[in-house]
Design a protein around this ligand. Structure first.
Ligand SMILES: [Zn+2]
Ligand SMILES: [Zn+2]
Length: 135
């Protein structure tokens, strides 16, 4: 039975190390994965880019711990977090950004067309007077 015990140690120990290694490397990979990426946009040049959670933390530290972050395109400190519209996937600024509406500019234009102007008389309306027949 002694040889069996040795065999168990020889197999189990490297397996445990392997499992530990794969778990820890998975966590690292997860931090770099796209799922943790957030969308950002420069308010100055409108450059859109993604930052992983790790990169965002580093950028925030580089920005002095306050928003906005530095834009990788124009290098200005004008990059804010953006939300993505679930309907048309347009990226837009939230309300905590100066000038941000918090709504998709395509689905919710800032100057919506007035619906009141479309009040035309309907022919089914009992009060509707038909135009006099031309003789
Ligand atoms: Zn920029
Ligand atoms: Zn939209």
């Amino acid at each position: 039975m002694r040889s069996l015990k040795i065999a168990f140690v020889l197999i189990a120990l490297p397996a445990a190390v392997l499992i530990y290694w794969s778990i820890s490397s998975n966590e690292e990979a997860l931090a770099e994965a796209d799922q943790t990426a957030t969308a950002w946009k420069c308010a100055d040049c409108e450059h859109e880019f993604d930052l992983t959670a790790k990169a965002a933390t580093m950028e925030l530290a580089r920005a002095g711990g306050t928003m906005p972050l530095h834009c990788p395109a124009c290098k200005k400190k004008e990059a804010y977090r953006v939300s993505t519209c679930l309907v048309c996937e347009t990226k837009y600024f939230s309300t905590d950004v100066p000038g941000g509406t918090g709504m998709c500019p395509k689905c919710y234009p800032t100057s919506p067309e007035k619906d009141e102007e479309n009040e035309l008389p309907e022919k089914n309306d009992p009060d509707y007077d038909p135009p006099p027949p031309s003789v």
